[in-house]
Design a protein around this ligand. Structure first.
Ligand SMILES: [Zn+2]
Ligand SMILES: [Zn+2]
Length: 347
């Protein structure tokens, strides 16, 4: 079977790997689509903390069960599935509370073991026990749409922690894929006012079309006044920066109202020292809420949002590439070309 292997940062190679064998307590899943994430791009370019080489990247996986061991009761060959990328221990204090994304023993697909940029993935007993197989019930969801479950689940994690109300004013900084998924999710949860701050004019215009109630550039000199006007003097309750620029964190604390909440969700590029004015957190009594990845429960919830069509991701499908063209797909991402590029495998 074919796989794109990252031999070391900067070196992606198409290889023929041995076909995995399905053990009695295992499943084989044929990957049908795998969305390329910024994390994949970062790993392929400069490496990553948890990465072991050689490694097959890809953790936003949709596929079909093609083989099942005799001891596996719950699944059938032919079922369409999303594969949750984290395998946790199931025993620690976090796992017991359903916070398995915080498990100290967690192994992540595409980091600690091979991910979705290969034709077939083996789901072993430990992965099955960790409930990584997220069964798709709706026949209307395409494999391409199913790949959005993982990034949407990361948005579910931060928004669950933020506990917004329908009348909360939410500002999203960065109108890329995760900014829009956060918008769609907030709207599905009936948050009435969601505002975009984005520097690219094309993305601002598209953001408006896709549902933002107002859009601004962060460079507008009277931004704070404009935000006040556009919220009837209420101000901004919650900000979720969805971009890697450290400056977005500073902007976030500047525009939040007193007692507002910063949702620290996407991480920033290291080595750039533009940290927020931390005293604003003190003066304005700002709360900071962090989130990292998503749990199995968040994946199930994200799937339900897609199946019920409360979240509709088709406008975010920009480009498709074949497995052998993964490097080209990463270039699209690097150049900010479209919202997402999906590796599709039809054969
Ligand atoms: Zn991702
Ligand atoms: Zn655990």
């Amino acid at each position: 079977m074919k796989a794109v292997v990252l031999e070391k940062p900067g070196e992606l190679v198409l290889r023929e790997l041995e076909m995995p064998v399905c053990g009695a307590s295992e499943l084989l899943v044929r990957v049908r689509a795998c969305n390329i994430c910024r994390t994949d791009l970062k790993c392929a370019t400069v490496g990553q903390r948890d990465l072991v080489y050689p490694r097959v990247l890809g953790h936003e996986i949709a596929g079909e069960i093609i083989a099942k061991g005799s001891q596996v009761a719950r699944h059938r060959v032919g079922q369409r599935v999303h594969i949750h990328p984290g395998i946790s221990c199931g025993k620690c204090q976090y796992c017991k509370k359903g916070q398995d994304n915080l498990c100290d023993q967690i192994k992540i697909m595409g980091f600690n073991f091979d991910g979705g940029f290969q034709e077939i993935i083996k789901i072993d007993q430990k992965a099955l026990r960790s409930k990584v197989v997220n069964l798709i019930n709706s026949k209307y969801l395409t494999y391409e749409e199913i790949t959005f479950i993982e990034p949407l689940a990361c948005c579910v994690n931060i928004q669950d922690r933020l506990k917004m109300n329908y009348d909360s004013v939410l500002v999203i900084i960065g109108g890329g894929r995760l900014g829009l998924l956060n918008l769609f999710l907030a709207k599905a949860e009936r948050v009435t006012k969601v505002i975009l701050i984005e520097e690219n004019e094309g993305r601002r215009n598209r953001g408006k079309e896709l549902g933002f109630d107002a859009v601004f550039s962060g460079r507008e000199p009277d931004l704070l006044d404009q935000l006040k006007r556009c919220t009837n003097n209420r101000g901004v309750d919650v900000v979720i920066p969805c971009c890697p620029e450290p400056a977005a964190l500073d902007l976030a604390v500047q525009i939040l109202r007193k007692r507002g909440t910063l949702g620290y969700f996407s991480g920033i590029t290291k080595g750039q020292d533009a940290y927020p004015d931390i005293n604003q957190i003190h003066y304005k009594e700002i709360s900071v809420v962090g989130s990292y990845g998503c749990s199995v429960g968040h994946s199930r919830k994200a799937k339900a949002f897609l199946e019920s069509k409360k979240v509709y991701v088709k406008p975010l499908i920009s480009r498709r590439v074949e497995l052998e063209d993964l490097a080209t797909g990463m270039d699209y991402l690097r150049n900010g070309d479209g919202y997402s590029t999906i590796v599709v495998m039809n054969k």
